[in-house]
Design a binder for this molecule. Sequence first.
Ligand code: MLT
Length: 215
Amino acid sequence: MDEKKKTHLGFIHQFIPSNNSKGNSSTLLLLHGTGGNENDLIPIARMLSPANGSILSPLGKVLENGMPRFFRRLSEGVFDIKDLKFRTHELVDFIENASKLYSFDLEHIIAVGYSNGANIASSLLLLHPEILSTAILFRPMVPFIPDTLPNLISKNIFICAGKWDPIVSRQNTENLFDIFKKAHANVSIYWQKSGHELGQEEILAAKEWLSHHIS
Ligand code: MLT
């Protein structure tokens, strides 16, 4: 990708167009974890979606001791909610502008987020549900308690949690599940036998789940 395009739109990012001639219209929005970058989740996206839709993968703009993130936090698991909401709106603008530049369909965006990236994906669902059709959230936690629940009736959400995650408690995962459930999303949780790190089985489980939820 030419460098101008890569830094254009306010976020350094990767965009990989669909190579599926049958015209898979979905776009995977990849959102990396703290200290990651826009290339991290591309191999996982390839495993999740053999149909090869397009990929849009921004680099988080907030730096914490040099580590990129998608929004500020005050300490581990304690978020700067004002910044989180601001960054969520900013990410929506980026996605909308990217869809014009690269001509992808805004109706079929599937978020794939890990940790901090999963948290901003949850925030997108709560504040701008129109922007995502589907979300695969690896190690998410409740980003904030919404004042009013959005209507997530047609949204498919797959949460992958770590059984022994030292960062996200079981209770926090279940609270997030309950928020999505109360908002009428089609949500499920997969419990991976691991900590905060990703395991092979959950990627295969997410792939299988996605194959039933992708059009
Ligand atoms: C992280 O390390 O990224 C946290 O667990 C999640 C967050 O801060 O958003």
